[in-house]
Every structure is written in structure tokens, then in C-alpha cells.
Write a protein that binds this ligand. Structure first.
Ligand SMILES: *Cc1c(COP(=O)(O)O)cnc(C)c1O
Length: 376
């Protein structure tokens, strides 16, 4: 057996086993894992430092999951947007292809809580149907392998899917969405990297929510993918009691960049049934973005998005603070230090030049240097 399969098999899935390691009531956990399965890999278990910490909250079943009756099971209406089984088509030029319902860990806040945990992988006939649909839809140039977690598929199935997709001439990008590097780093084998490399451009967006997830082994796994030429992005879910804090989020973004992973999306939590105890106010996310923008590397700043309930797709949100006014004269802008600047429209006078300029910085082209500062 591959080493990673052995490690995955050592994961905790039974309430009794969980109670051997962590201070939980096995009967209480039993009640929850009926509808909502649990799996905690050795890597994740060893990262839990104390009861109720940021890692614990993400993976240990909580009775609040069972008290959340009214919320929708499929708030993004993905089931409605599926032209053939396992494909979700919401945007003009890209689709999701769900290749399994298995995950290395079952996140307690999962948007696909209604689906995950069922055994099995995309079958040959199902792949053929999805590929046939993609062949007919020449407008699709980007396929995102999702699930569940596509990196739990055995190597030969990953290769089969990549090969079938690469035989479609109009397909440009293949992406993976995965939590495997952060939870089961042993899966990122040299052999897997060799396979993926043959089908470039292949991108991966990796799921990370807390800086403690970036252990040395996890960073090495990300490094192996980066060395195989896979551009790595991160997707983070904003979660109450886990990462709803600007300092923790900044640490996470810095750790990601150190692991050669570029922050991509920060998601407002979805309304999914059984996950509402994780939701934060919309202002929480906006304040986090404001605390990052300008205060640290632009590389460290993800897009903050809400996946609109009802299937509207991802909608980006920016703090309202930056554009104070925009008219035919120009834009009045506020920077991260609360200083105000004017950027003139083409053909409009540069209001900076209305007053005497200091010698230094005055000739820097296109640079809104301090001489452009307005009263604040
Ligand atoms: C997130 C998502 C995508 C990809 O969106 P990008 O903004 O291109 O990353 C595609 N389809 C569906 C249904 C999605 O939810």
C-alpha cells in the first residue's frame, strides 16, 4: 500500500477513537457523525494544541451542527446548476468537476456538508459523460477539479482524468481545489508531481484557514508542488473563533507566502445547514482586508468574496474607504494611512500642480507621491 493511504487509514473516524485522544463525549460525537461524517488525519490531530482551539473547531464535531435546522442544505444551488452529473456550470467559461465526495478531513463548516463522506470516485462512464459535455461546450476554457478532494484519487485515476481533459482542444486551464497538502502532506509524492507536470498548465488552490496548519511537513509538500511548476493559490474561509482576527489572518497570509502559496480568496462563510455557528458579520472580513491592504505585501492580500446565496457566484467586497469620490475631474482617494489624494481624469488639471511643489519627488512620473496629498 502507498504510504499515504496507510496514513489516511490511520485517521480518526470513530467517536470512541476520538475520545482516546481528545476530551470529548463519544456519545455526543456519535449523534453528529451519523449525518455529518468525521475524519481527522494524524497531521491534523497532532496540530491540535488545546480543547476548542482553531484546529479543533475545524474538525471536531460540535453539537451546534445539530441545532441548525432552518438553514438550506445547498445554499449556492449547485445542484440546480448541473448540466450533467458531477459538473457545476455557473460562469460562462469555467466549470467545476466533482470527482469524489471523499476528503482527507471533514471540515465542520463544509459548504457541501450534504454530500461529503460518501465512498467512491468518479466512474469511467461518468467521466466520459462529463468529457463529452465539455467537448460540446467550446466556450469552457477552465476546469476546476473539486469534490470532495480530487487529490484523494489514486494516481492512475488522476492521470486518467488529466489525460481525458487534455484531449479537449479548447480547454486551457486545469485547476485542483484541495485541502490535501495541508492535512495529508504524505500524499504529495514525487510520483504524483511527475504525473501533474505532464499536463501543464495545472494550477492548484489549496485550502488553509490558520497559520498553525503550515507545519514544516506541510510547507515541504507545497514546495514539491511548486517545484513541479504548479502555481499555488490559497482559499481561506473566514470562521468565527478560528481566524476572524486581523493579526491571525496576517500571520496566515505570511505563512502561506513562505510556503510559496499566493492567497487567492477569502470566503465569507456560506449559509449551509449545520455550519451557521461559524458565520461572522460581513464587517469582520472588510476590517481584515483593511488591516492587510497597505500594511503588508500586496502579495499577501486575498480577494474577499461572498458566494451569493441562490447561485449568484462569487461577489468581491472591498472596504468602502478607498474611493471617496469619483467625477469628471478625477478620483479622490484615501490610502491605508487615512491620507487623501487626488488622481485627475485624463485632460483634467493635476491639482497637485496648483501649489508649489517640493523639489524631491515632483518629477516622479505617474507616482502619487506625497506632493499629491490633499488636506486630511
Ligand atoms: C468558484 C467557482 C468557480 C471558479 O471561480 P474563479 O473565480 O474563476 O476562481 C467556478 N465555478 C463555480 C461553480 C464556482 O463556485
Amino acid at each position: 500500500m502507498d504510504d499515504w493511504k496507510r496514513v489516511l487509514a490511520e485517521s480518526i473516524t470513530k467517536p470512541k477513537d476520538l475520545a482516546k485522544h481528545l476530551d470529548v463525549d463519544p456519545d455526543e460525537v456519535e449523534r453528529i457523525v451519523g449525518p455529518y461524517p468525521m475524519r481527522i488525519t494524524p497531521t491534523v490531530l497532532s496540530t491540535i494544541k488545546s480543547k476548542g482551539d482553531a484546529i479543533w473547531k475545524q474538525v471536531v464535531p460540535d453539537s451546534a451542527e445539530m441545532e441548525d435546522f432552518d438553514a438550506p442544505a445547498d445554499p449556492l444551488e449547485e445542484d440546480t446548476d448541473s448540466p450533467v452529473p458531477h459538473l457545476v456550470h455557473r460562469y460562462p467559461d469555467r466549470v467545476l468537476l466533482m470527482v469524489t465526495n471523499q476528503c482527507p478531513i471533514y471540515c465542520r463548516f463544509c459548504t457541501r456538508k450534504r454530500l461529503v463522506g460518501k465512498p467512491g470516485f468518479l466512474k469511467k462512464g461518468e467521466l466520459d459523460r462529463a468529457v463529452a459535455w465539455l467537448r460540446d461546450h467550446t466556450e469552457v476554457r477552465d476546469v476546476i477539479l473539486s469534490g470532495g478532494d480530487p487529490l484523494l484519487l489514486p494516481d492512475h485515476l488522476i492521470e486518467r482524468i488529466l489525460k481525458a481533459l487534455r484531449a479537449i482542444p479548447h480547454l486551457e486551464l486545469i485547476r485542483f481545489g484541495s485541502r490535501v497538502p495541508g492535512t495529508l502532506p504524505q500524499r504529495i509524492t514525487p510520483r504524483l508531481c511527475e504525473i501533474v507536470k505532464r499536463y501543464h498548465p495545472v494550477y492548484m488552490n489549496l485550502h488553509f484557514n490558520h497559520p498553525d496548519e503550515l507545519t514544516p511537513e506541510v510547507k515541504e509538500a507545497c514546495g514539491r508542488l511548486a517545484d513541479a511548476g504548479v502555481p499555488l493559490g490559497a482559499q481561506t474561509v473566514l470562521l468565527k473563533g478560528v481566524n476572524d482576527d486581523p493579526d491571525i489572518m496576517k500571520q496566515l497570509m505570511h505563512q502561506l507566502l513562505l510556503a510559496r502559496v499566493k492567497p487567492y480568496y477569502l470566503y465569507q462563510a456560506d449559509l449551509t445547514r449545520g455550519t451557521n455557528h461559524f458565520r461572522t458579520s460581513v464587517e469582520t472580513g472588510l476590517k481584515i482586508i483593511q488591516a492587510l491592504q497597505g500594511h503588508t505585501s500586496g502579495m499577501a492580500i486575498p480577494h474577499f468574496v461572498i458566494d451569493a446565496p441562490g447561485g449568484g457566484g462569487k461577489i468581491p467586497l472591498l472596504p468602502n474607504e478607498y474611493l471617496l469620490n469619483l467625477d469628471d475631474n478625477g478620483a479622490v482617494l484615501k490610502n491605508y494611512e487615512n491620507k487623501t489624494y487626488h488622481y485627475p481624469q485624463p485632460g483634467q488639471p493635476d491639482r497637485r500642480r496648483a501649489r508649489p511643489l517640493p523639489m524631491v519627488g515632483a518629477s516622479v512620473p505617474g507616482d502619487l507621491c506625497s506632493s499629491g496629498m490633499m488636506d486630511d
